[in-house]
Design a protein around this ligand. Structure first.
Ligand code: C2R
Length: 436
């Protein structure tokens, strides 16, 4: 186990240590639970271990989903290793269900309203109602607007446009320090993706993550990463009956012993995230060795599933093709969708959908002998028991495959849902960080 060196920082729920002979820092959780700006404070037996188990499982899953994080690995029952970071002064909150301070700022929105496009909000991290010498009316001020000269922040616990909520201006020099700008667009994208991965992972257990607070930093190479911790204090989480299993219980004065039972249950359930780290598989099967299969994966679909290009002439060698697919499925064990990319008569898609259980999507490849409008009928008019989905565009076939795979895989869910919500955002008035 890593031996802690010098104490670098201590918060309400954790201590950070420098390590001898290691570039990493050690994050050691405490058993403390606090609420209401530290007014409420208790010691919860086992919390440090539950928090560490939760944070480590969450970061491992995020890593598998391609999210850059400061997390390295678990170091002990109550500690993990992380890369040192220059932290950004924001709490970044993503919401699917309207609760907590959102309802205080937007009293016209009914509590538990579901947002089909995630709401992302930023709050300014401050202590003792001060941010780098600037006095504030409250801590965790809501960042309503970022202008070319600075940020305009408001109290987080009341609507922005009421007389009692006077604006405070934070000039760029204070907000950004030595850097010219903070990457709000990158922060927002990562916050959405992190939330979607966790939403997908909890969906797998029929639980709903309602909102989530994360923090960002720059690692030593200057890369923006998700840092700090993500544990049962960081989110609001409903079980299948809609009951809070998170820190809200403690805020609402439930006895600490009862809250502890839920923290333990959450820590136990995140163990199931491990099985979700494996990316599902999309097999692109073509009957033409020279076919360009790269059209099936591009910047928006790559990374959410593993693509396996396969070549075999299903028309000429049906038994062999089926046996080869069966062997791949046996080896994979996980979730698979097959996309066939063949020209002329679509023998491959029919063969596979009749001969295996996995979903098959047929994409007619350009052919010199037939036009697509003739060829397409070989994928549309198919016998019962050999269902084939047909897509003309390769990219759409991949998106459809991600949709199928998203039923179980949080990584595919994130891939499908992120793009869908990004498109919707252009047309809805869902609140966003306003950057001028
Ligand atoms: P609010 O609705 O209060 O803004 O919180 C909360 O637990 C919740 O999941 C939104 C979400 O952010 C989390 N949060 C924290 C902290 N502040 C907000 N964990 C904090 O200061 O630690």
């Amino acid at each position: 186990m890593a031996q802690p060196g010098k104490l670098i920082a201590e918060g309400k729920t954790k201590r950070l240590f420098k390590l001898e002979k290691s570039p990493h820092i050690l994050v050691v959780s405490k058993n403390d639970i606090t609420a209401k700006d530290g007014e409420k404070h208790d010691v919860m037996e086992g919390k440090a271990v539950h928090a560490t188990a939760t944070t480590c499982a969450v970061f491992e899953l995020l890593k598998a989903g391609g999210i850059p994080t400061a997390f390295v690995e678990r170091a002990g029952p109550d500690s993990f290793l992380a890369r040192p970071c220059e932290m950004l002064p924001y709490e970044v909150v993503t919401r699917r269900i309207g609760l907590g301070s959102y309802i205080k700022r937007n009293p016209d929105v009914a509590p538990k309203t579901r947002f089909e496009t995630l709401v992302v909000e930023l709050f300014l991290k401050s202590k003792g109602r001060k941010f780098k010498g600037i006095k504030l009316p409250a801590d965790d001020m809501y960042i309503a607007e970022v202008s070319p000269t600075g940020a305009i922040v408001y109290r987080p616990d009341m609507p922005v446009r009421v007389p009692a909520n006077a604006a405070t201006f934070i000039p760029n020099a204070k907000l950004y320090g030595k850097r010219a700008r903070h990457p709000f667009a990158d922060i927002e994208e990562l916050a959405r993706k992190v939330f979607l991965i966790l939403e997908g992972a909890w969906r797998d257990q029929r639980w709903q993550i309602c909102d989530l607070k994360i923090e960002f930093g720059y690692d030593v190479s200057g890369r923006l990463v998700v840092a700090d911790v993500i544990d049962n204090d960081s989110w609001r989480l409903f079980d299948e009956t809609g009951r809070h299993v998170d820190k809200q219980q403690y805020r609402d004065d439930m006895p600490v012993d009862s809250v502890a039972i839920d923290y333990a249950e959450v820590a136990k359930r995140v163990e199931r995230f491990k099985a979700l780290e494996k990316k599902p598989r999309i097999i692109i099967w073509t009957d033409n060795r020279d076919a360009d299969v790269s059209q099936f994966y591009n910047a928006t679909t790559r990374g959410y599933a593993d693509f396996l290009p396969a070549y075999f002439d299903g028309f000429m060698a049906p038994e062999l093709s089926l046996r080869q697919l069966a062997a791949i499925l046996e080896y994979e064990k996980g979730d698979v969708v097959v996309i066939t990319y063949s020209k002329n008569v679509n023998a491959l898609a029919l063969l596979f959908s009749a001969g295996t259980h996995v979903p098959v999507i047929a994409v007619p490849a350009p052919s010199t002998r037939f036009t697509v409008d003739v060829d397409i009928w070989s994928s549309l008019r198919v016998p019962t028991g050999a269902p084939v989905m047909t897509m003309l565009e390769p990219e759409n076939a991949t998106i459809a495959a991600l949709g199928v795979l998203s039923a179980r895989s949080p990584l595919a869910y994130m891939g499908r849902r992120y793009e869908m919500e990004r498109r919707r955002l252009k047309h809805t008035d869902s609140p966003r960080i306003r950057v001028q």
